[in-house]
Design a protein around this ligand. Sequence first.
Ligand code: PLP
Length: 372
Amino acid sequence: MRNIPLVDLVAQYHTIKDEIDSAISRVLESGRFILGPEVEEFEKSASQYIGTKFGIGVGSGTDAILLALDALGIGEGDEVITTPFTFIATTEAIRRRRAKVVFADIEDDTYNINPSEIEKHLTPKTKAILVVHLYGHPADMEAIMDIAKAHGLKVVEDCAQAFGAEYKGQKVGSIGDVGCFSFFPTKNLGCYGDGGLVTTNDEEVAKKIKSLRVHGATKKYTDYISDGYKSRLDALQAAILRVKLNYIEEWNERRREKARLYNEYLENAGLCLPVEKEGCKHIYYSYVVATQNREKLQKHLKEKGIETAIYYPIPLHLLSIYRDLGYKEGDFPVAEKCAKEVLSLPMYPELKDEDVKFICESILEIYGNTPI
Ligand SMILES: *Cc1c(COP(=O)(O)O)cnc(C)c1O
């Protein structure tokens, strides 16, 4: 029986093993493990790639959002509008700042926050919109930036799943006030531990984040801007990311090729397939289909040795820990429907075309269509 994983990090390591191994030993020989030249070099090339003046390496994607909100002055009494269809880290960061999470429903084709829903939830306390580019497809940034401008709001982009994705020629993470990236191993640009990056064109925000990540210090032991955090990108992860950054274009392109292949084979499968909106470059962190027969499909694929996953089975507004927010079933019908129907199929740059074919044939089997 085949065994096709959802992601295969070892396959990727083997394609760049020599470069990774020598980057790691370079760091070990340098004796510098936290921040330092490796991190600075990575920050420089990553921010250049994204298209912002500044890039600040931090401990994780979650911390990137947390420090970004802090640096933008978001805290108690403020409201932040975001999507209920995301990983909990997005809203966790808002709550850790003691700000209020306010959800707005999503679009049923891109799964991203719906700009026309945002406007319904604006109040005088709204301070920011926290956008998530889910699965690697950019949110509708033009409409979102228009709303933000009209109401004097900050825009934070959660780009954890979208390194290299583009909206109308601009990379995500360079459009709002601040971009937040995660280098968790399974992300499309991942390191071999935890890591994150904040991108911005705002010098003040960049400076604040640089202090916040080192306990709030501007000068070690003598000067602090505020209570801070201990959240740095480490030199080993930065050295690994410097190698991987050189491949990200190629890897994203391969993801797009796999997606095209899936789309072609699954055209008549009766599933809802991913879309790529005009002017957007989807990088397919995840290839997500939607169906009312999800359980049956997932079980069938498992029997065939194909791993799948559900991102995310419960929209955040229905989680028990968020009961205090006062939401109930039916408040965000699109997010609720998507949570019941989405299924992520295997996706990684090294995924073999024949495996994509096998996966699609297996899907078509249960839908009773003609095999490929
Ligand atoms: C992974 C992820 C995060 C958190 O990143 P970590 O590096 O794991 O802290 C935040 N938001 C989204 C949408 C993610 O997928």
